[in-house]
Design a protein around this ligand. Sequence first.
Ligand code: B12
Length: 291
Amino acid sequence: MHPPLTTRQVAFVLGISEASLKRWCDRGVLPSARTVGGHRRLPVHGVVEFARSRGFPLAHPEVLGLPPQAGRGHAVVDRGRLDLRRALLAGDEEVFRRLAFDPWLAGQPLAEVLERGVVPALDGLGLDVLHGVAEIYQERRAIEICLRFLHEVRGLLPPPADDAPLAIGGSAEHDPYLLPAAMVDLCLREAGWRTQALGIGIPLSSLCAAVEAVRPDLFWLSVSAAPDREALVAGWAELQERAVALGTATVVGGRALDAALRPRMAATAMPIGLSGLQAWVRELGPSRIPG
Ligand code: B12
């Protein structure tokens, strides 16, 4: 959690006068609260949300802990894709952060930034490893860089409302992939949901126990690797049945859900990708979650 900022700090971040900023606060353009002494304080996520929703470039993003110049590069994700791949390959975290933050700060939904920028960059890196032009350590280092970026974005999102719907989920046993699960969790959070990421490689019986104990509005499963399809299908069927009984909606997705596996995994929805997931939950709205 970032500490709230003073009007002076935010005026500097936005490159405007403190007097203008105070007027904007009073008009509710930017969220602010008063200290006991009557001074205005602004949450970092409110400043970020303001910049993203209005396409307002940050004059000094570094004050928010963001890379200097962030938000001033490519607003269109596709343009930075090759550079993202190069940065990941080289382990250049600063360049990667700037390239990934640019479109997000320019207002692109996170799902777009990830699916059109970061994920294809990782695809490329996977091919580099496959063809022997990149080392395994470079791939693992790239995953670490991406995880830290996702964590950073999480800290910049507005906290979900206390009564926001709750989603929990993770991946099943023998599925070691960290990023898909982290991305699903974050995209639901960006859509305003409360989330509890359970982690990866969890037996389906234990995921089912989580559904029973937490009773979330939504349970999601990411399937990136499914070495034992029959066990996955059987374990999921049990979880799905329990979820239906408890009024919990379910979604499944992931690269291992091919044409043969998809029809065998009954779920409330199988959105295509993270953008599809965000669109689906936004369409649902908080009060229309199907059981
Ligand atoms: C990093 C990596 C690994 C790492 C993972 C590290 C970690 N702890 O996370 C490790 C070392 C485990 C690994 C191992 C292997 N890997 Co690997 N790996 C990758 C790599 C480079 C990146 C994967 C990644 O995280 N991508 C980012 C995620 C977010 O993208 P995604 O999986 O496409 O997910 C998207 C969607 O599926 C969707 N989604 C995912 N979950 C959900 C859930 C819901 C609800 C919804 C709506 C959507 C959704 O949203 C995501 C964003 O678009 C890929 C390359 C690639 N093309 O992805 C290869 C890749 C997946 N691996 C591959 C292979 C072959 C292997 C190994 C067999 C290698 C080996 N010989 O040992 C093993 C198998 C491991 C296993 N148990 O299955 C192949 C798979 C080929 C195939 N067709 O099956 C790939 C494609 C590389 C390649 N080009 O050959 N790998």
